[in-house]
Design a protein around this ligand. Structure first.
Ligand SMILES: Nc1nc2c(c(=O)[nH]1)N[C@H]1C(S)=C(S)[C@@H](COP(=O)(O)OP(=O)(O)OC[C@H]3O[C@@H](n4cnc5c(=O)[nH]c(N)nc54)[C@H](O)[C@@H]3O)O[C@H]1N2
Ligand SMILES: Nc1nc2c(c(=O)[nH]1)N[C@H]1C(S)=C(S)[C@@H](COP(=O)(O)OP(=O)(O)OC[C@H]3O[C@@H](n4cnc5c(=O)[nH]c(N)nc54)[C@H](O)[C@@H]3O)O[C@H]1N2
Ligand SMILES: [Mo]
Length: 768
């Protein structure tokens, strides 16, 4: 890693030599080079483990299919560095709090269960039986079951997360805040309202058949690098790829394939996008509205000329309701509103519309640029409206594709990690296990933090993740964690959440996905579900670093057994043999028939998607157009109108959420630093500021709380005027807890009204 900070434009393509070089650097830098390579070769194969990187699917074709960022994720987990009791004896919690997120995780893997001692301010070792007994004791002291919050991060397996929610429901709560609440919640909510199922409708092979692929608010070059292969293959057979992104992202512009040696030998790279539009932050609903307005005009013109219209009329008549009301709303939306909100010109929108019109089969994909706004549900539904008008559902090469983040976040929801679980799931659990689960909705992530702040939460258990750094409003989140009587983190690596403790606190060290999971009945595999509803087995091979580490599944069973005993369910027997857990899953969830047998299938099995078969589980039984007007204001808060800038918080190339692998963001030309602020050069000039100057960023909000970070270096960038971008989690102190998406509760991490001013101070550690 280079420590000397510099900014220099990246001239290469995404994914090419630069990428392979960085990958090999990560693999060979590690003391475990050979083991890592062996692991990589098995990543995402029929046998072997599922890549703990992103939730993209597997094509099972190329023999060495891994990406640079998957390699980082695997190497990071496979480190032989250990954070042992001696480490905690040497460092107090207060001194560790002064360290960066990069430093904390870099120390290595957690090996022993540890309990915080408030008197000495150090973590001390505790045995597993004592740790589990302590959890049970705290839970028994609660006045009611809703004083517990059970957080989940999306890496947990199907088996562990199923038992985790079952434990919580048997205890009597439905408080299951999870990372998805901060991520793709809007996709789930919006799609459910429109098409009756909260998941994507396409399968991976649809990318080989699409004529056009529209990519909204997503940076696949960094966050879903294997998606670049699908995009590149599509582009090279002539499909049109249209990118809508506030920033110019290298990975969406050009791509060279590290799996394709011939291409690597030439300096050229394939263009990915045939058109690249840069809407303003939050401008995508207006963008799609503009495309539909242009298409509607052509449609009407055609009908007037006695030609067949553009829209899929038979499809609309048979499968949809509400298209008339929607088109009336499109008529009522003026070009002026559209161009103002989208930041794109009428001619750009007409160009996008004409590409759409020219394609027989269209896929729309999206990620956080769509879901982390105030009006994200409305935007997801607007994209769905467009697809419905053209009947782009229920046929090969077409459909809707929210590209998920964490590798098993979709599986977690399927397994019942859901604070608003569907009735069918609760009925089925009730019937199979013979208890009455709570029917009222529980807390999502922001509600959980608010409940902690009110002093209503006694116990927080986190199955993975790093709530302290990932959640918004860092200072308030820290205060919230400190209000708990007991915080428990089931983790692979040391992170900030371990250092901001409840009155009592435990760290429980767990195995990672790449490691051998040996239980009483022999080695175990777990299962995961990708963004394409494919469920497949994942079996680790690496030797665990310490015998004191336990699998997530075993830890969840241990907690449940300590709290609930074995009368209703023999939790420990389930931990001995995960196939028994899969039998329960099969008995209670649709689509999992012959679950254990089907795990043997290379590539796994498809869970199915009713909407993709044109069956719509909506109140009308049909796909429902949304007729929402464009929002009056795009941004949250009463002061947004006056804000000179809107800031989005996003990921660099060298990070996995709150895990910081390094300090470079190669495709954006940033090296050796993370505290940068991307800004339009004319905005710089207008403010009388220069590249490289340091600024402080302050949120404009109306609750009297000052939310400010300082020491961010200005970097001119291809970004719309009035928009800014900076990395998360450093900017999470700026996101007000109360600023959440409508109907989702998702923090509006991509639209924070801010002001900036020059500052002299060097960066200071600003977390809690
Ligand atoms: N290597 C790596 N892989 C990851 C992750 C990681 O941190 N590192 N995180 C995982 C997780 S949990 C997730 S959710 C995904 C996240 O995957 P992404 O959604 O790609 O993640 P972000 O970095 O938040 O990038 C948001 C993108 O949307 C654009 N954008 C922001 N706002 C808008 C907008 O209003 N309109 C439009 N059109 N564009 C906008 C930004 O410029 C940026 O390109 O990646 C997953 N994969
Ligand atoms: N401002 C801002 N905030 C955001 C976002 C944003 O774009 N902007 N993005 C949001 C999104 S999309 C997401 S998904 C959340 C992410 O929120 P989280 O999922 O809570 O955070 P991560 O950084 O992914 O969690 C990393 C930690 O997980 C633990 N870990 C890693 N692997 C394993 C494992 O196999 N098992 C277990 N038990 N633990 C493991 C390690 O201890 C590591 O420190 O952040 C959200 N926060
Ligand atoms: Mo995510």
């Amino acid at each position: 890693m280079k420590f000397k900070p510099s900014i220099k434009p990246y001239r290469g393509a995404a994914g090419g030599w630069g990428s392979l070089e960085a990958t090999t650097r990560y693999v060979f830098d590690s003391k475990q080079a050979l083991k890592n390579l062996r692991n990589l070769m098995r990543v995402n194969k029929a046998r072997g483990f599922d890549c703990p990187g992103c939730a993209w699917g597997d094509d099972n074709h190329s023999t060495f299919s891994f990406c640079e960022n998957g390699a980082k994720a695997v190497s990071w987990e496979a480190t032989r560095h250990a954070v042992e009791p001696a480490f905690f004896a040497a460092h107090s919690v207060s001194t560790l709090l002064q360290q960066s997120d990069y430093f904390l995780e870099y120390q290595g893997r957690l090996t022993h269960p540890m309990r915080y001692n408030a008197v000495t301010d150090h973590y001390q070792p505790i045995s597993w039986p004592e740790a589990l007994a302590l959890i049970a004791q705290h839970i028994r002291q609660m006045d009611n079951p809703n004083q517990i919050e059970l957080y989940t991060s999306g890496r947990a397996s199907n088996e562990a997360s199923y038992l985790y929610q079952l434990f919580g429901r048997m205890l009597g709560t439905s408080n299951f805040p999870d990372c998805s609440n901060m991520c793709h919640e809007a996709s789930g909510v919006g799609l459910k309202q429109s098409i009756g199922v909260g998941k994507g409708t396409i399968r991976m092979e649809d990318f080989t058949k699409a004529d056009a692929i529209l990519v909204f608010g997503q940076n696949p070059g960094t966050n879903h690098p294997r998606m670049l292969h699908s995009l590149k293959q599509a582009a090279s057979r002539g499909a049109r790829i249209v990118s809508f992104n506030t920033l110019r992202e290298r990975g969406l512009e050009r791509f060279a394939d590290p799996q394709n040696p011939l291409q690597m030998l030439t300096p050229s790279s394939s263009p990915i996008s045939s058109a690249y539009f840069q809407p303003k932050l939050g401008g995508d609903m207006a963008t799609v509205r503009g495309m539909v307005k242009a298409l509607l005009e052509t449609h009407r013109q055609r009908l007037a000329d006695s030609q067949p219209g553009l829209f899929a009329q038979t499809f609309l008549d048979r499968y949809c309701v509400g298209s008339e009301a929607y088109l009336a709303q499109v008529d009522a939306t003026t070009w002026q509103q559209i161009t103002m909100q989208s930041g794109l010109s009428e001619s750009q929108l007409r160009q996008a519309a004409s590409i759409y019109q020219g394609a027989e089969r269209v896929i729309c994909t999206w990620a956080m640029g769509i879901t982390q706004h105030k009006h994200s549900v409305a935007t997801v539904r607007e994209i769905t409206n467009l697809q419905l008008l053209f009947g782009q559902l229920g046929k090969p090469g077409a459909g809707l594709c929210p590209v998920r983040g964490h590798s098993n976040v979709q599986g977690n929801r399927t397994m019942g990690i859901d604070e608003k679980a569907p009735k069918a799931l609760l009925d089925s659990l009730e019937q199979h296990f013979g208890f009455s689960p709570r029917r009222e909705a529980g807390h999502n992530t922001v509600e959980a933090i608010e409940a902690m702040l009110r002093g209503e939460v006694k116990v927080l258990i986190a199955l993975g993740g790093n709530l302290a750094a990932a959640a918004p409003d860092t200072a308030r989140t820290a205060q919230a964690l400190r209000c708990c009587d007991l915080t428990v983190h089931i983790s692979t690596k040391l992170n900030r959440s371990h250092l901001i403790t409840g009155k009592d606190a435990l760290i429980l060290p767990t195995l990672g996905r790449t490691e051998l999971d040996m239980q009483a009945s022999g080695p175990q595999y777990i299962t995961v579900e990708d963004s394409f509803s494919m469920v497949h087995a994942s079996e680790g091979i690496g030797k665990p670093l310490a015998e004191t580490q336990r699998s997530e599944t075993a830890i969840v069973c241990g907690i449940a057994n300590a709290v609930l005993g074995s009368e209703k369910l023999d939790w420990l027997a389930l931990a001995d043999d995960y196939s028994l857990i899969r039998n329960h899953i099969q008995a209670t969830l649709p689509g999992f028939d012959n679950f254990n047998q089907r795990c043997e299938q290379p590539g796994g099995f498809y869970l199915g998607n009713a909407a993709a078969e044109l069956r719509f589980a909506t109140p009308s039984g049909k796909a429902q157009f949304s007729a929402a007007p464009l929002p009056d204001t795009l941004f949250p808060g009463q002061m947004a109108e006056k804000a000179p800038f809107i800031l989005q918080t996003l990921r660099s190339h060298d990070q996995y959420n709150t895990t910081i692998y390094g300090l470079d963001d190669r495709y954006r030309g940033v090296y050796g630093q993370r505290e940068v602020l991307f800004i339009h050069p004319e905005d710089l000039a207008a403010l009388g500021l220069k590249d490289g100057e340091l600024v402080e960023i302050e949120t404009l909000w109306n609750d009297g709380v000052v939310r400010k970070v300082s020491g961010f270096k200005l970097v001119s960038y291809a970004i719309p005027r009035g928009n800014l971008a900076a990395y998360y989690p450093e900017t999470n102190p700026l996101v007000p807890l109360a600023s959440v998406g409508e109907g989702t509760g998702t923090p509006t991490s991509k639209s924070i009204p801010v002001t900036i001013r020059r500052c002299a101070a060097a960066p200071t550690l600003r977390i809690a």
